[in-house]
Design a binder for this molecule. Structure first.
Ligand code: FES
Length: 100
């Protein structure tokens, strides 16, 4: 595998060894398999990783895309992922989900 063009981080709510934050309660982990499939379908060279709590729990599920530095909030369900990936392919952020 070559170095990915994008690294997508999905909050998995870990604080220490336990998933205590809110993103996982709002099904953030369910986004990961959908994201991985969607990236392959779209031919995007991106890697997906789960993270510990990103300290923005009230905004969750939180997702971050680098190197663009897009921080997204309320990423709930496949439609949100699709909108975010559509924008990524267009070279812009998905404003609706962007953290201020
Ligand atoms: S649990 Fe996701 S930001 Fe805290």
């Amino acid at each position: 595998m070559r170095k990915p063009d994008h690294h997508i981080l999905v909050c998995a709510s870990f604080r220490g060894t336990e998933a205590k934050g809110k993103c996982i309660k709002k099904e953030s982990l369910q986004l990961i398999p959908y994201l991985q499939e969607a990236l392959v379908d779209r031919g995007l060279n991106a890697m997906v990783s789960s993270t510990g709590c990103l300290n923005l729990c009230e905004e969750g599920p939180v997702m971050v895309i680098y190197p663009q530095g897009y921080w997204y909030r309320d990423v709930i369900g496949e439609d949100a992922v699709d909108e975010i990936l559509d924008a990524l392919e267009e070279g812009k952020p998905a404003e609706k989900y962007l953290l201020a």
